[in-house]
Ligand binder design. Structure first.
Ligand SMILES: Cc1ncc(COP(=O)(O)O)c(C=O)c1O
Length: 408
């Protein structure tokens, strides 16, 4: 399918909204994306036409709901090239997926003397769970530093990947710098010392083809809401043999095979990790989002986003007093910046009055802010429906704010 931006924009009702009397320019896609009508319709159709709980009942609508829910597991497996549908666990999102690994794998397998390796560019969701694991198991948390250009400093990898390293958890694409990390290389380094790998793919799966078989990662996590799908649903991919070796994280309905008053046995993969009524509507919505992305194709998405990112970088760099953080050659459509003498929160509020939605804050990555020596940054993040005209409005609004705040 050719990339028809007008057709794509027409699919997103939210893009027709006005904010403070101005057409909305939505540039906070790294936080969450808008949903195409197809996703909204899929969720609405489930509730309106065949609402039922899955897996349990024997009537028509329960069978339809189960079929729709389980079909999405195959779509997810295809999307990330997981050879085995049992390796796809539906969770509430990236954060829950990572915590599942932290509780069900790391707490059982790590102890004093072991090391957990993360990077300095992690989202708190891929840092705090490991801090908690380290606290509870006596393992040590270590970190690969970042260079000033917003890439990882892997030059002295021997220093970080050692025989003590038991788990390596890292972000595939930074939600602050946009940097795409060399995932395959990091996984190879980790496997060479016998460590298990966890890839935080919250920012990569929405934008890049991610192939878990090629990467050979042990676990990989992402969220539906950052890739056109509903909130409240995410995925944990895990190698089946690892998932098999793990005890359940949550206990309850669905995840059991037999229960007596004394003990229980567990359901097969992946249901062993899906306790209780699952996120049925959300999973069905995620399936529609995957269909939508597949129809456009990652190649077209990548090409379009690269052009738009290059254009945004060029336009922003020309603004007086502008500092852009991160110059990675391989990057996604996320740009963090600071404008001299204007606090990011003031900038975001001024831009909001112009109908332009950007993010200001620490982006759940406070260690990066500490490294940059700033309390916060502004962040514009794009997706398939943004246009160069919207970037012009962003830049014009930044210029207007700068003049108003600095008087020149
Ligand atoms: C890199 C990264 N990891 C993890 C998360 C957490 O995702 P969620 O809040 O959907 O669990 C985010 C969300 O911003 C993110 O950008």
């Amino acid at each position: 399918m050719s990339f028809d931006i007008n057709q794509i924009r027409a699919d997103f009702p939210n893009l027709r909204q006005e904010v403070h009397g101005k057409p909305l320019v939505y540039l906070d896609n790294a936080a969450t994306t808008h949903k195409p009508q197809a996703v909204i319709d899929a969720v609405s159709r489930f509730y309106g036409e065949y609402n039922a709980n899955v897996h349990r009942a024997l009537y028509q609508h329960a069978a339809e709901a189960t079929e729709a829910y389980e079909a999405v597991r195959d779509k997810v497996a295809n999307l990330i090239n997981a050879g085995d549908r049992r390796s796809i666990v539906f969770t509430g999102g990236t954060t829950e997926s990572i915590n599942l690994v932290a509780y069900a794998w790391a707490r059982k397998n790590l102890g004093p003397g072991d090391e957990i390796l993360v990077t300095e560019m992690e989202h708190h969701s891929n840092l705090v769970p490991w801090q908690l694991v380290a606290r509870d198991t006596g393992a040590t948390l270590r970190c690969i530093p970042i260079k000033t250009d917003g890439t990882l400093d892997l030059d002295d990898s021997d220093k970080y990947f050692t025989s003590r390293t038991k788990l390596v958890a890292f972000t595939h694409q930074s939600n602050v710098f946009g940097t795409i990390n060399p995932a395959k290389e990091i996984i190879e380094l980790a496997h060479a010392v016998g460590a298990v790998t966890v890839v935080d793919a919250a920012q990569s799966v929405p934008h890049l083809p991610v192939d878990v078989t090629d990467l050979d990662c042990d676990f990989l996590a992402f969220s539906g809401h950052k890739m056109l799908g509903p909130t409240g649903v995410g995925v944990l991919y895990g190698k089946p043999e690892l998932l098999e070796s793990m005890s359940p994280f949550f206990g309850g309905g669905e995840m059991i095979q037999t229960v007596t008053m004394e003990k229980s046995t567990w359901n097969e993969l992946p249901w062993k990790f899906e306790a209780g009524t699952p996120k049925i509507a959300q999973v069905i919505g995620l399936g529609a989002a995957i269909d939508y992305l597949n129809e456009i194709g990652y190649e077209a998405i990548g090409e379009y986003e690269k052009k738009l990112t290059d254009y945004t970088l060029e336009r922003l760099a020309a603004v007086e007093g502008m500092s852009i953080h991160g110059q990675a050659a391989k990057r996604g459509p996320v740009i963090s910046f600071n404008l001299a003498d204007v606090h990011p929160h003031d900038l975001a509020q001024f831009l909001d009055m112009e109908g332009v939605a950007i993010r200001a804050g620490h982006h759940c990555a406070q260690p990066i802010m500490q490294r940059l020596g700033v309390p916060a940054t502004s962040r514009a993040s794009m997706y398939i429906y943004n246009t160069s005209e919207e970037i012009d409005r962003l830049v014009q609004s930044i210029e207007n704010t700068r003049r108003f705040m600095t008087g020149n």
